[in-house]
Ligand binder design. Structure first.
Ligand code: GLN
Length: 204
């Protein structure tokens, strides 16, 4: 059974831990480089990407995170976590850095302040055989541009922002602009846990 870390610097760590355990993974809260070394994969939670970035710097985690992702560790980021996995961001705080890994440009707070929080159905490639995914967005980013190696897994379905990219995958890395950890529907966590299991089998 894979051990999946949840980056526990800031954000909704506990909700991801519960969703991952429900998907059959063992979990570990990651705050230190030694903990990062131990895990097979990592989830980066929702929260506030500027705070996460500053804490990752303060805890000497930013470079170890980049190295493990470059070395092929599977990772999944939701909302602020999506921002952290983006190679490029728009509307970031001055000097804001990311871990990177996914060849995409993500716009912070893209859905606008007047709709700080909303819900929408999203069709998720490979995860929505039974029903569309009911997604919760909170001061969410969207993906402005993706590189050739990035697969779009989902787009906003309704409203003026229909068509915006809100879920992506590039190899072993994936990201959603919404928060599947906040609903009882754990299809995204199951999908990621399967991705991690397959990645580990390839390495055996
Ligand atoms: N707006 C936040 C940021 O820039 C993300 C919001 C969230 O994770 N719910 O990090």
């Amino acid at each position: 059974m894979p051990e999946i870390g949840v980056l526990a610097l800031q954000g909704d760590v506990r909700e991801h831990v519960l969703a991952l355990e429900e998907a059959g993974a063992r979990t570990l809260a990651v705050r230190r480089p030694e903990e990062l070394e131990r895990v097979d994969a990592l989830v980066i939670p929702g929260g506030e990407s500027t705070t996460m970035w500053k804490l990752a710097r303060a805890f000497d985690l930013l470079d170890p995170l980049r190295k493990r992702i470059e070395a092929g560790m599977p990772a999944y980021g939701s909302c602020a976590g999506m921002i952290m996995l983006a190679d490029r961001i728009q509307d970031g705080m001055e000097g804001q850095e990311t871990i990177g890994g996914i060849d995409m440009t993500v716009r912070r707070n893209a859905f606008g302040r007047q709709v700080d929080s909303f819900e929408s159905d999203v069709r998720l490639d490979g995860m929505d055989d039974d029903a569309p995914y009911h997604a919760v967005f909170i001061r969410a980013p969207w993906v402005e541009r993706v590189g050739d190696d990035v697969r779009v897994l989902g787009r906003a379905e309704t409203g003026t922002n229909a068509g915006r990219i809100v879920a992506v995958r590039q190899g072993r890395l994936m990201a959603t602009a919404f928060h599947p950890e906040l609903t009882g529907d754990h299809r995204v966590h199951h999908y990621f846990a399967d991705l991690v299991r397959r990645a580990m089998e390839q390495e055996d």
